[in-house]
Ligand binder design. Structure first.
Ligand code: ADP
Ligand code: MG
Length: 562
């Protein structure tokens, strides 16, 4: 009898979970829409912030799409793609992270009815790609160049871009103040690509207007020993010695093992130790440096020794700070005090130890290499300063981008409306289904002005109708949402500007993500990888305790052990 049975073909291991076809595409679209919904309300100057707290008790308040997406800890495989595009937008251009997620979500939402009606996804994808190409060409055409302007003019133009980026953040109330600070900081580092040359130091307390920019390096006073108070705290044109060695007495005996036969020999060892350290200190002093910084500890003996010779010293300087001091002052970090030549010493115009709020700061200004700047941020709560730092980071990136690519487009949804109009016009000239798809793409772009209105409490339908009419006239290409009155206004005239590259990158990335998600019609979950993941999640959960599971989805919760 057994011979009569059909042989069963086993392709995948037992327990493998697969879902295929239309249903899978639709379910992926739904997941992505849910993610877009999570960040939807943060868009624009009137957007809301999100407070996210993890199970370790850290709380973060943020308006930045990339930060929120990162912290949400999304586990859905398709929705993770949206996290990736937000991150890539953040690292590529620095701003427009909410925009990119919203656009991708909206492209997919528009695609959903077609997929449900049985449209083959590849047809949609092809039309979306065409639309994205046309949109980007159009942006390039509309973009206004700021090249060839005078330095002063350029600065004020860049400040406008920075202000637009900042207007949607917690510190939006002081956007002019911070915008000019950001522009000065970016100008100070010149063409250098290294972002870490702009340092940010956070000092809780005070008002955010007490924040200031140092044309050079600033860092918090490090741990110091007795004798430090006798050191001078201000120098003009000092020489600066940067070290990566320990200037402490105790260190030598830990470096070697010595066997003694006669107790009398012990004294000679102690003497030798003292000689070694004094020799080191002497060499430091002879170098002519007035300021000595080390990444490692500078002990009490050394501190006192330097104090007696009117030299300032600081040990345990953070590596990043030391690197920035080196870049700014032109010095080189030394790993030995032998043969210190003049070339390795740095210099600056003024060095000062200053009180900032409750902290003391070491400030190096007027540095010859000039290519560093430090923003010292002040403000009430920790979370506030953290968010201020992230917001300034966005603004800094925007200014750098604008400086490099130097074309800007009107914001406030104006550019999105204009491309949308252009694509609709174009769609009319196409025969076939593609016309519908490009129309949907055009409609999806309207999400930006629509969401800006929704978040500000305006009647989105009303504003959008006005915008469509204005743009259709052909003379209102720069009209966008007026966030102050709830009507429409010329974004260009109101200086709501964004670098063109933000929009180009956002449209590109969002379209790619949407196409990628549309092209997936099967997800296979292999049982082995699932159990490995489950275990990792379970052990992580056991260590962390309660909470934080809301966005975690099934995997982590189901596997938790007692
Ligand atoms: P993202 O993370 O995408 O940068 P934001 O919350 O920073 O999101 O919002 C950016 C959007 O807000 C852009 O579309 C920009 O044009 C718009 N926007 C910024 N400032 C204004 C303003 N003053 N009036 C109208 N729209 C603005
Ligand atoms: Mg922004």
């Amino acid at each position: 009898m057994a011979a009569m049975l059909q042989p069963q073909i086993i392709l995948l291991k037992e327990g493998t979970d697969t879902s295929q076809g239309k249903a899978q595409v639709v379910s992926n679209i739904n997941a992505c829409t849910a993610v877009a919904d999570a960040v939807r309300t943060t868009l624009g100057p009137r957007g809301m912030d999100k407070l996210i707290h993890d199970d370790k008790g850290n709380t973060t308040i943020s308006n930045d799409g990339a930060t929120i997406m990162k912290l949400l800890d999304i586990v859905h495989p398709a929705a993770k793609i949206l996290v990736d595009i937000a991150k890539s937008q953040d690292s590529e251009v620095g701003d427009g992270t909410t925009t990119v997620v919203l656009l991708a979500g909206e492209f997919l939402k528009e695609a959903k009815p077609f997929i449900e009606d049985g449209v083959y996804p590849q047809n949609l994808i092809r039309s979306y790609r065409t639309a994205s190409y046309l949109a980007i060409e159009k942006i390039k055409e509309i973009a206004v160049s700021i090249e060839g302007k005078s330095m002063e003019e350029k600065k004020s133009l860049l400040a406008k871009c920075a202000a637009t980026s900042l207007s949607s953040k917690l510190i939006g109330g002081e956007k002019e103040f911070f915008a000019s600070m950001v522009v000065d900081a970016v100008m100070a580092i010149g063409d250098d690509d290294r972002l870490n040359l702009i340092g940010m130091k956070k000092v809780p307390g005070g008002h955010m207007r007490d924040s200031f920019l140092v044309n050079g390096v600033a860092f918090k006073k490090t741990f110091s020993y007795a004798g430090f108070e006798q050191q001078p705290k201000k120098f003009l044109n000092p020489k600066i010695l940067l070290l990566n060695i320990e200037l402490e007495l105790k260190s030598e005996k830990e470096n070697a093992e010595i066997r003694l036969t006669d107790p009398m020999q012990y004294q000679s060892i102690v003497d030798a130790e003292w000689n070694i350290i004094y020799d080191k200190l002497d060499k430091c002093v002879k170098s002519g440096a007035k300021i000595i910084l080390s990444r490692l500890a500078i002990g009490d003996l050394a501190t006192q020794y330097f104090a007696d010779r009117d030299i300032f010293c600081a040990g345990r300087v953070a590596e990043e700070d030391l690197r920035r001091v080196a870049a700014a002052t032109g010095g080189t970090v030394q790993t030995s005090v032998n043969n210190i030549v003049d070339e390795v010493l740095g210099s600056c115009e003024v060095f000062e130890e200053k009180q900032v709020g409750n902290e003391r700061f070491n400030i190096f200004s007027g540095c010859p290499s000039g290519q560093t700047a430090t923003i010292v941020l002040r403000g009430g709560a920790d979370q506030f300063i953290e968010e201020a730092e992230r917001s300034l980071h966005d603004a800094i990136m925007i200014v750098r981008r604008a400086l490099k690519n130097s074309t800007v487009v009107p914001g406030g949804g104006a550019i999105d409306m204009e491309i949308s109009r252009f694509l609709r016009m174009h769609a009319r000239s196409i025969a076939g289904k593609s016309q519908l798809f490009i129309n949907s793409y055009a409609k999806a772009l309207e999400i930006i002005p629509r969401q800006l209105c929704d978040n500000a409490g305006f009647d989105a339908t009303d504003v959008l109708n006005k915008l469509r009419q204005k743009h259709a006239l052909g003379t209102g290409a720069n009209y966008g949402v007026d966030i102050n009155t709830g009507g429409i206004a010329d974004s260009f005239a109101n200086f709501v500007w964004e670098p063109a590259v933000v929009k180009i990158n956002a449209i590109n990335a969002a379209t790619e993500a949407a196409c990628l998600i549309l092209s997936v019609d099967e997800t296979v979950k292999n049982p082995k990888s699932e159990s490995a993941q489950g275990e990792a999640a379970a052990s992580a959960m056991a260590g962390r305790g309660r909470g934080g599971a809301a966005f975690r989805g099934r995997g982590g919760r189901g596997m938790r052990r007692r």
